[in-house]
Ligand binder design. Structure first.
Ligand code: GAR
Length: 192
């Protein structure tokens, strides 16, 4: 018998610290959560987040990044073998190929530290401060072949104050990332 009937089987891809992964694990452990995290994969075997997921007794793999295609072939095998229903990117700093997205063929979500469609790609906080934006924020969106351009599922703003620095803004945005990723997952899964 399935141990977690009805819960979606999730894999999370990370590259580093893993604070969003932590918030997803925390949510997944709630009694009424809609997900069970089955697998964590990193393209960086030294990612700090892998230690946390291993300690949380989740199957965790650090796949040495020799090339995009070898990483994608290995991780696709793991996703299929573990019957993963949905993939969540959480600080995964690599762009998945169209071929990977098509072959996986299940939903892929990503969290991005800006108010998309503003500031796709890297250095989002720096660009927001340089442009003297009044607000920044975070977005959870569906992953498509076009970078940071898939449908936005959930977004939340934070105010940029005059005294904000790169560090303080990153901290503020990260805090709301931890809140919105679980919310976005609930919104997405209940809309299917
Ligand atoms: C987060 O701010 C996430 O939004 C960002 O990397 C950080 C990872 O932190 N992701 C991207 O920029 C993806 N393009 P974490 O490892 O502590 O979750």
């Amino acid at each position: 018998m399935e141990k977690y009937p009805g819960k979606k089987r999730i894999a999370v891809f990370i590259s580093g610290r893993g604070s969003n992964l932590k918030s997803l694990i925390k949510y997944s452990r709630k009694k009424n959560s809609l997900i069970k995290i089955i697998l964590v994969i990193s393209n960086n075997p030294n990612a700090k987040g892998l230690k946390y997921s291993t300690n949380s007794k989740i199957k965790s793999y650090g796949i040495k990044f020799k090339s995009k295609s070898s990483f994608e072939i290995k991780s696709l095998k793991l996703l299929k073998k573990n019957n993963i229903d949905m993939l969540c990117l959480a600080g995964f700093m690599n762009i998945l190929s169209g071929s990977f997205i098509r072959k996986f063929s299940k939903p892929i979500l990503n969290i991005h530290p800006s108010l998309l469609p503003k500031y796709k790609g890297l250095n989002t906080h720096l660009r927001a401060i340089k442009n003297k934006d009044k607000y920044s924020g975070a977005s959870v969106h569906k992953v498509t072949e076009k970078l940071d351009s898939g449908k936005i599922i959930y977004q939340k703003k934070v105010k940029i104050l005059k005294k904000d620095t790169l560090k303080s803004l990153e901290k503020k945005v990260l805090k709301i990332e931890h809140l919105i990723y679980p919310k976005a997952i609930i919104k997405f899964l209940t809309s299917l």
